[in-house]
Design a protein around this ligand. Structure first.
Ligand code: SF4
Ligand code: SF4
Length: 451
């Protein structure tokens, strides 16, 4: 056999073996086994042919090499410009936090807030909201996945966050503002935030529609008009553990959600306090105490694109992240929105919508919602499902092809997805083939109750 023929076969086989091993490490046994099977068949045919027809092996090797290069180059050609999310800034309206499900679920019959909400603001939601309030609390007894030993993990972390959410506002600066150029300020803010443990950090100008119009959480503030005089928003993400997310919708995924909200809340409070100590006003926006819509801020700052599932999809970890924001009057340098093909890919994918147990995710085309053309999820259905199972479900996060770990193999595939339509179709086909169309539950960590 000619050395070039042998080299070609070995390179293919090694690449496939590497992918299979990576898959086993990611607990993706189906992907690992299928890759081993396909690559072993390929190697048997390739080397069998080489042994049977030693005279023609070089020409076959060259032809196969050339064909591979053509296919790879074709998949990498930038065919068709990826479409960005359409936002009409002039038509984008502020959203009232009183309409989000967490705020609505806190309303109690007989209180002035309850009366005002269901008589004046949103009478048509009274029925479904009353039904939801009658259901078990998140992590509480009565829900399908309630476990008296597992469920308190999540409840405890959220209870802890609740204790320090008032630290979101670090108070008035106690000194006159430091004289610092916006580029230097941005470098320091981003560097410090990365040091504190975030995956990515970006900056945007704070726009009107980023800010909730009225407070909707915690009855003491309920209905207060929100006004932030800050001009900038720093937004950042932390990674959710891949294995924990893949237990969705079982309790480990909810513990992971709580854990990452806690981690990012700490980071946002530290950053806001640092900016205050430079002599500028700042406020952290963390779980249970937001004054801004983190998803809109994250999109405009270029942390990711808005996907069909209604969450930000980041270039390296997809929707498998949690985000927080710090707003400030410290002048910073603004980043721009990014476009890496998510709008196109979500159009053909729909995996989140097809697997959503409550049919909350839009399967049809985007619609214009308050100035943004996007897929609008049904938050009532989603939250009702959470209350019925006692966790935050997260099946949509677990099945999203972008949620894969940030390894070299997945990076290569994401590069192709960004480039053109045939690559996106091929990526979706491979995702279905190797990982399956349905979610699967990875074993719980050993410190959970046995399955
Ligand atoms: S969290 Fe679950 S119920 Fe909610 S949208 Fe995602 S898959 Fe659907
Ligand atoms: S699962 Fe598919 S359709 Fe849903 S957000 Fe992810 S890429 Fe988009």
């Amino acid at each position: 056999m000619h050395w070039f023929f042998i080299l070609t076969g070995l390179l293919f086989s090694l690449a496939a073996l590497g992918f299979a091993l990576t898959s086993f490490f990611e607990l993706e046994n189906r992907a690992g086994l299928l890759t081993l099977l396909l690559s072993a068949s390929f190697a048997a045919i390739w080397f069998g042919f080489g042994a049977a027809f030693p005279g023609s092996t070089l020409s076959v090797g060259v032809a196969a090499w050339a064909a591979t290069m053509v296919v790879v180059l074709f998949l990498a050609l930038p065919i068709g410009k990826p479409r960005p999310l359409k936002t009409e800034e002039s038509r984008a309206e502020r959203f009232d936090e009183r309409h989000i499900m967490f705020g609505r679920a806190e309303l109690r019959e007989g209180t002035p807030q309850y009366e005002e909400y269901y008589t004046r603001l949103n009478p048509k939601s009274k029925g479904i909201d009353d039904d939801i309030r009658a259901m078990p609390e998140l992590g509480g007894p009565g829900a399908r996945y309630y476990d008296e030993l597992d469920s308190p993990y999540m409840v405890s972390v959220f209870e802890f966050i609740e204790k320090y959410r008032h630290l979101a506002d670090p108070g008035m600066p106690g000194r006159k503002p430091a004289c610092i150029d916006p580029h230097e300020a941005t470098r320091r803010v981003k560097g410090f935030t990365r040091y504190l443990g975030v995956l990515d950090v970006r900056v945007t100008r704070l726009r009107d529609y980023h800010v909730y119009s009225h407070a909707g959480r915690h009855l003491a503030n309920w209905g207060l008009e929100i006004g932030i005089r800050h001009g900038y928003a720093v937004v950042f993400s932390v990674e959710m553990n891949h294995r924990m997310v893949h237990s969705a919708p079982l309790p480990p995924t909810a513990v992971e959600t709580a854990m990452e909200y806690m981690r990012i809340a700490n980071i946002s409070i530290c950053l806001a306090t640092y900016i205050k100590n430079l002599g500028y006003s700042a406020r952290a926006h963390l779980d249970g105490n937001y004054q801004v819509l983190a998803t809109a801020v994250a999109h405009d700052a270029g942390l990711g694109e808005l996907g069909r599932l209604g969450l930000i999809i980041t270039p390296t970890h997809g929707p498998r992240v949690r985000t927080a924001v710090v707003t400030t009057d410290l002048p910073l340098v603004e980043d721009q929105p990014i476009n890496f093909g998510v709008q196109h890919f979500c159009e053909i994918c729909k995996k989140c919508a097809e697997n959503c147990p409550s049919q909350s995710i839009e399967r049809r085309d985007k619609q214009e919602v308050r100035g943004v053309t996007k897929w609008q999820s049904k938050m009532e259905n989603c939250y009702k499902y959470w209350r019925s199972v006692g966790t935050d479900c997260s099946i949509c996060l677990a099945v999203c092809p972008y949620s894969k770990p940030d390894t070299s193999y997945h990076r290569v595939l994401r590069f192709f997805i960004r480039r053109n339509a045939p690559a996106r179709r091929l990526a979706l086909f491979l995702d279905d083939l190797l990982y399956g169309k349905r979610p699967r539950h990875v074993h719980k960590p050993e410190w959970f109750s046995p399955a």
